[in-house]
Design a protein around this ligand. Structure first.
Ligand code: NOJ
Length: 592
């Protein structure tokens, strides 16, 4: 089972019109957003780090915008979309890997850490992107893959050339247990044994991911020095920080003994999508030594001016483990991803309330980095949709992302409501796990399809042949159409981001859970000292719900509220005690 990123398919196997003049303020605001390109500056005070209130936006460069007609996105394409991103309200873009790579894992198999893959452009294109982004107050985050390299990286080519090669111990090499049998039962997240026999030297190398992604040996100080040097290279180029890939898997337990097999309630092994028993991951994930690396890298980034930031791909088992990723003195990651909340994958009020509470109380006061979507998991429609109200459900999720207390990380295309488009034929699959795992595991192509810019050929993504199939729904789901439609998902996102910036309580306020016994509607309050509080209520059900909010407990008893945002078509409440929410409806109001 993939615990580094929880593939939905695997988890599932295992697991109006305006009504009345009263709406005018909110709707006229939305209309403005739809018709005029506006952007609101983030009002960070100089003392606080920029990232604390930031909106991060993940870009899968292969799929964002092609400018040379080769069918794959490139850096110039991203640069050409910076105005769009600015208008949306993005503060920083995270680019998944753009280093030279054989692209077995679409860039997560790096063959040179200090260059740009010609597929994406040149170093000059990269510098231009940074400079143009800076003009717009947008920062650029690189993806740093520390766990493994490509097997085509010169380090591995040297390492595998002989047992005596000076780079031999840059990777994890072991003799087999017996001839033809690896040392232990450890498995790759991408299926089958994590050990690959190298016939030349008759030893096995360890790979937590694809065979073509040998794990680096982090017990070797030279590995650490080389990767930290690569980080310095990009920091000097002006990147604002890194998203650290698969950090949990940097170390393996030095005893190299078998991992436990996970069993179901009847004591039978749980079989994963690749037909292997699921292992408990205790020997190959989240080993304590990784914290030394994180603290070391943080010391490096902290020597650079401009508050560089470390984001972690941190699928942790619980909030206590997540808390550790910030470091004992807040000296490790500033922003480990909180996947506890965004990947609940079920609209369940009690679970959301509980997970938000845990983030509030269990992270030593640190901000959670909220994330609901990325390039490894099916998009929101599949993980949360009910097939009938998918758009409204997505509005709920976006509201959670931008109005609870936390830093927000979103995935390209979410803002226009792009849907998962999983291949229906094995021969179309690009992601190797989709080939090896077919039909149970169809891979990650469905969430990596090109950004849908407009309704022209290939969704305006490329003039060539797209590297991956473009979903047919681009004719209606596209950025151009949505800019013009004030009811669109795009305008919902813009409006939420604007509110988050302009309402002091949404920026800096405490989070207070409201109506905590209600299992249909999740309601909360954000309140900054001396500023108007903001109430949010989200209907998690397909049935209309009536909500009555009493703010006596927070010293605001009897107050009314002015509507800031609400689901298109829903009516304005006469008071906080009579909020009527349609199916999966949202209400956001400023307490007065
Ligand atoms: C996590 C990345 O997000 C995923 O796309 C990749 O396959 C693995 N790490 C291995 O690098």
């Amino acid at each position: 089972m993939i615990s580094a990123f929880k593939r939905t398919t695997i988890v599932t196997t295992i697991t109006l019109l305006l009504c009345g003049l009263a709406l005018q303020p909110a709707w006229s605001q939305m209309k403005k957003a739809a018709s005029k390109v506006t952007s609101v500056k983030n009002i960070a005070t100089p003392a606080e780090p920029w990232w604390q209130h930031a909106v991060f936006y993940e870009i899968y460069p292969l799929s964002y915008q092609d400018t040379n007609g080769d069918g794959s996105g490139d850096l110039k394409g991203i640069t050409s979309k910076l105005d769009y991103l600015k208008t949306l309200g993005v503060d920083a873009i995270w680019l998944t890997p753009i280093y030279p790579s054989p692209l077995v894992d679409f860039g997560y198999d790096i063959s040179d850490y200090i260059a740009i893959d010609p597929k994406y452009g040149t170093m000059a294109d990269f510098d231009k992107l940074i400079a143009e982004a800076k003009k717009r107050d947008i920062r650029v985050i690189m993806d740093l893959v520390m766990n493994h390299t490509s097997d085509k990286h010169k380090w591995f080519i040297e390492s595998s050339s002989s047992k005596k090669n000076p780079k031999r111990d840059w990777y994890v090499w072991k003799d087999g247990k017996t001839p033809g049998q690896p040392l232990n039962n450890w498995q790759s997240y991408f299926g089958h044994s994590a050990w690959q026999l190298d016939p030349k030297t008759n030893q096995y190398y360890y790979h937590k991911f694809y065979i073509q992604q040998p794990d680096l040996n982090w017990n070797n100080p030279r590995v650490k020095a080389a990767i930290f040097d690569a980080a310095r290279f990009w920091l000097k180029h002006g990147v604002a920080g890194f998203r650290l890939d698969a950090v949990n898997t940097l170390y393996e337990d030095p005893d190299f003994t078998d991992e436990g097999i996970v069993k179901d309630k009847d004591g039978k092994p749980i079989i994963n999508a690749y037909g292997d028993p699921t292992l408990d991951d205790t020997k190959t994930s989240n080993l304590p030594k990784l914290h030394e690396v994180l603290a070391g890298l943080r010391a490096v980034t902290d020597t650079f001016p401009g508050q560089r930031v470390l984001i972690g791909e941190t699928y942790m088992p619980n909030v206590a483990e997540l808390a550790k990723m910030y470091g004992p003195r807040n000296d490790e990651l500033q922003l480990p991803m909180d996947t506890q909340i965004g990947f609940i994958n079920k609209l369940d009020v009690a679970t959301f309330r509980q997970k938000i509470l845990e983030a509030e109380t269990g992270l030593n006061g640190n901000l959670p980095l909220l994330v609901f979507d990325n390039h490894d998991n099916h998009r929101l429609d599949v993980r949360y949709g009910d097939g009938t109200h998918n758009e409204d459900i997505q509005r709920v999720l976006a509201t959670l992302l931008f109005t609870t207390r936390g830093v927000a990380l979103m995935y390209y295309g979410d803002e226009i409501g792009m849907k998962t488009s999983t291949p229906t034929r094995k021969e179309d699959v690009k992601d190797p796990i989709g080939v090896s795992g077919w039909p149970k595991e169809k891979g990650r192509d469905g969430e990596r399809t090109p950004m849908q810019w407009d309704d022209s050929a290939n969704a305006g993504f490329t003039t060539g042949t797209p590297w991956i199939r473009i979903p047919a729904d681009y004719k209606t789901i596209n950025a151009k159409a949505e800019v013009a439609n004030f009811n669109s998902m795009l305008n919902w996102y813009k409006e939420l981001i604007t509110l988050r910036r302009t309402q002091p309580s949404l920026r800096d306020g405490n989070y207070v859970a409201l109506n905590t016994t209600d299992n249909n509607v999740l309601s909360w309050l954000r309140q900054a000292p001396g500023k108007p509080a903001v109430v949010v209520a989200c209907n998690f059900t397909a049935a209309p719900q009536n909500v009555s909010i009493d703010l006596t407990g927070v010293g605001l008893g009897g107050k009314s509220a002015k509507t800031l945002m609400k689901t298109p078509g829903s009516s304005d409440p006469a008071s906080l005690t009579t909020i009527q929410l349609p199916a999966f409806g949202v209400y956001v109001g400023e307490v007065q």
